[in-house]
Structures are given as structure tokens and as C-alpha cells.
Design a protein around this ligand. Structure first.
Ligand code: ZN
Length: 195
């Protein structure tokens, strides 16, 4: 078991488009296991390789709850084949500690990927955490971050400022948002995806 060092925003690796994996060998299997160890250690539901400094198209997701047995899925070279509908929900990201805000995603995705045996699989997720996590992680492989997709940029900036990831005056942003809204922001929803 190896827990890898998480890359925190604004690490430049997070903005790079990751390279396709052409050979699934022992080093890829070890990377997948280390990524899972890192994700579980950080209480995340998903992790993409750029978040541990590896610019390759591999990501791991496990949306099972704490009471359930682990259900890890390793996605190699994932591609979204279909997207449909929309949903809005709280998201977090292991590369943005303590930052949560609402992000709009497609409700349904159909994704094609390879597993660690090199088999090509297809998976459909709709209206749930898995669908949201798949979209969040594939964005990471393309160098895209959830801060680009906030439904409310002021709320995002407030969260980023409070977490020390953005220079700014949290009080000022809070005022702009309105006092009531500003106060509710410190409590992330239990449903929040951190990935
Ligand atoms: Zn993330």
C-alpha cells in the first residue's frame, strides 16, 4: 500500500491534458492500487491520475458508503459516449481541500473504458453520485477543473478565499452574496462528492 502525495491547486499538472495509456502493465496496476489507497485515505469518492502528478488517462471511483463493502472501479482511457439531462449538486475536489460548491453536470452519462485486464467495458450512470464522479474525473484527465463549472461564481470565490486558494476578502464576497446565503456556505452537504 502506498499513499501518494496529492497535488493541490494551482499545481500546473492539474491543467494538463493527460496522455492515453497504451500498455496496461504492472506499473499501471500499481498506480491504480496506489491511487485507490490515496483516495480511501483522503475520504474521496474519486481520484484522477493528474491529482497525484501522473499525466495519464486513468481514474478510480468508489461511491459505496462506509457501511458497504468497497466497490472500486478503475477506468483506463475513459470516453463519454452519451450525455443527457442535467443535475445540480455540491462537489468537492481532493485538489481543493475544504472547498465545496454547486456544479451543474449532465444527469446521465454512458462511458466506455478499459479495465486493468485490458477489457473494454461500457457503463451507464444516471442522476447519482457515480454519474457526477465520472464527469468530474474525466474533466481532470482533460485538464479541466470544477471551478470552471460553478453555478454561482461568487459562492465559489468565497469558498476558495476561505480555503486560502484565492486572494480576496471573504467578508466582502459574503456581503455581495447576501448575509443569509453567506452563512450557509460553511456546511457542505452530506451528498457532496469529493473527488
Ligand atoms: Zn477533483
Amino acid at each position: 500500500m502506498s499513499v501518494l502525495k496529492l497535488r493541490i491547486y494551482p499545481d500546473p499538472v492539474l491543467k494538463q491534458k493527460a496522455r492515453k495509456i497504451t500498455i496496461i502493465d504492472g506499473s499501471v496496476r500499481k498506480l491504480a492500487q496506489d491511487m485507490l489507497d490515496t483516495m480511501y485515505k483522503s475520504d474521496g469518492v474519486g481520484l484522477a491520475a493528474p491529482q497525484v502528478g501522473v499525466s495519464k488517462r486513468i481514474m478510480v471511483i468508489d461511491v459505496s458508503s462506509e457501511e458497504e463493502p468497497a466497490k472500486p472501479i478503475v477506468f483506463i482511457n475513459p470516453e463519454i459516449l452519451e450525455k443527457d439531462g442535467e443535475m445540480i449538486g455540491q462537489e468537492g475536489c481532493l485538489s481543493f481541500p475544504d472547498v465545496f460548491f454547486e456544479v451543474k453536470r449532465a444527469s446521465k452519462v454512458v462511458v466506455r473504458f478499459q479495465n486493468l485486464k485490458g477489457q473494454t467495458l461500457k457503463l451507464t450512470a444516471e442522476g447519482n453520485l457515480l454519474s457526477r464522479a465520472i464527469q468530474h474525473e474525466i474533466d481532470h484527465l482533460d485538464g479541466k477543473l470544477f471551478i470552471e463549472k460553478a453555478t454561482n461564481e461568487l459562492k465559489r470565490d468565497l469558498e476558495m478565499t476561505k480555503a486560502g486558494l484565492l486572494d480576496g476578502d471573504a467578508e466582502e464576497i459574503s456581503k455581495k452574496l447576501g448575509d443569509d446565503e453567506g452563512l450557509t456556505l460553511t456546511v457542505p452537504s452530506k451528498e457532496a462528492v469529493t473527488s
